[in-house]
Design a protein around this ligand. Structure first.
Ligand SMILES: [Zn+2]
Length: 288
């Protein structure tokens, strides 16, 4: 583990602590904000061994079980919606690389729809499940497949970029892997959303007594806590041009929490639509 003292996006040293001493899954970290480009990120960088243990089977089976093992129908609905976004922009079905493909649910939906699927997934546990289901999933990271002289028509990063220790490196790799007429789809939850803003206000008004909703948004599994603007900035920095931004509410059925938390979450997400502050942000970009 390493402490980060400069901004991960613009290299500025002008950092301010946003939340101090966050304890998350055995790690202690600060959430910091760059005063120059406004990127928020955790101030620790994990090494490969630490990442491996963070994404062992318990991540899928316990921490995110509602997300990864929710009923098949719901899961398919979510990934079909993502594919619909892709198909609404790209008319010809060609090669598709899903970065952070987990257990391959999106790969499966895309394959059934006529895409030639490849997944890349850092978790051996998850990648093996995809392979067992007959899907083309490689265990490793994007840097491994550069130099194989292969370019993809579409590259998707669903809820992945903020899990990467070095998101800019991943985006640089993606730039090398995308075909000249290709499209990338980068989706993540963003902090300029009703959910994050309300959690922040509740924390401030309660003088830090009710800080659980705020802390839930800053787990150690996320490295950068992007806003729509800071995510677009990183994508542009890697050599892309943003062509479309889609904001949507998060599906409360796959939110991991107690019954009351789920109800509250659902209410806030419904409300977010009216003020255009939905938490899920998908950025579509093309090579510059
Ligand atoms: Zn910065």
């Amino acid at each position: 583990m390493e402490i980060i003292n400069t901004c991960k996006s613009c290299n500025s040293k002008n950092l301010q602590i946003f939340i101090k001493d966050v304890s998350s899954f055995g790690y202690k970290m600060d959430v910091v904000e760059c005063k120059d480009c406004h990127l928020r990120f955790r101030n620790i960088l994990l090494n490969e061994k630490e990442i491996e243990s963070l994404y062992a089977s318990s991540y899928f089976n316990e921490i995110q079980k509602d997300y990864f093992f929710s009923n098949q129908e719901l899961k398919e609905k979510i990934f079909k919606n993502r594919l619909q976004i892709v198909n609404s922009i790209v008319s010809k079905k060609g090669t598709l690389l899903d970065v952070g493909s987990a257990m391959g649910t999106f790969l499966e939906v895309a394959k059934k729809d006529g895409w030639k699927e490849t997944g890349i997934e850092v978790s051996e546990y998850a990648s093996e499940i995809a392979n067992k289901n007959g899907l083309n999933s490689i265990c490793g990271n994007t840097s491994m497949i550069i130099g194989q002289n292969k370019k993809y028509d579409v590259i998707t990063l669903w809820d992945m970029i903020d899990h990467a220790e070095k998101p800019l490196t991943v985006l640089d790799d993606v730039r090398k892997l995308i075909g000249e007429n290709g499209f990338i789809f980068v989706e993540t939850t963003v902090i300029d959303s009703a959910m994050f803003i309300i959690a922040e206000v509740v924390n401030t008004l309660s003088f830090g007594i009710i800080k659980n909703p705020l802390l839930k948004g800053y787990p150690v599994h996320h490295t950068n806590y992007y806003s729509q603007q800071t995510m677009a900035a990183d994508i542009e920095k890697a050599g892309f041009k943003v062509v479309k931004v889609i904001r949507e509410p998060f599906n409360q059925e796959i939110f991991s929490g107690t019954k009351i938390e789920k109800i509250l979450f659902g209410l806030i997400e419904s409300f977010s639509k009216f003020i255009h502050k939905e938490i899920v942000c998908t950025i579509v970009a093309v090579p510059k």
